[in-house]
Design a protein around this ligand. Sequence first.
Ligand code: URA
Ligand code: SF4
Length: 212
Amino acid sequence: MATEDDYTAQPFVPDRGGLTALRKAAADCHGCPLHRDATRTVFGAGKASARVMLVGEQPGDQEDRRGEPFVGPAGRLLDRALAEAGVDPADAYVTNAVKHFKFTRTEPRKRRIHKAPTLREAAACGPWLAAELDRVKPELIVVLGATAGKALLGSAFRVTRVRGTVLEEEIHGHPERLVPTVHPSAVLRSDDRDAAYQGLLSDLKVAARALS
Ligand code: URA
Ligand code: SF4
């Protein structure tokens, strides 16, 4: 039986073709068990010419139903913050560290509640993110929260230590500039939403300045 160490998207990732070819191939990824319960693969969205890549955790309930990243409540908050920070949506490619929704069902109404992916699942899905970086070649990566940070920068990543700073790191053999911040869902869950939103906004302004 396959163990978690065997999980990987690599055999499903085409080494040729652009984003459209990647998106098409990702629809059939069986690189880890998350494809079994989710409705569909939610691949990144945006143009190959995008200057900034935003990396979230994984699709949520609405993203799973609609097949697009960040179209639910977290996405609406992110869109508002990006607009306010001065990041042009046409310049942004939006994706997730993990491309299938992971959830548990709650009794009695059987609502689907988001469940965080494991590091192994994020590592399994990493080849898709690497392929997106290779095709888009963004000038800057905005890291939204701990799962994306660990997927890109390793398990020692701590968002509180590095948020709002421009990091320069080698990722999959390429030098990249990254600005980490909190996940927009963390803002929605915060006891002090206004303060949390202002924190996200000030980090995104750092990203906007790094792009200008
Ligand atoms: N949260 C994420 O991390 N990604 C999405 O696409 C939606 C919610
Ligand atoms: Fe493939 Fe990623 Fe989905 Fe797992 S989560 S099946 S690795 S696309």
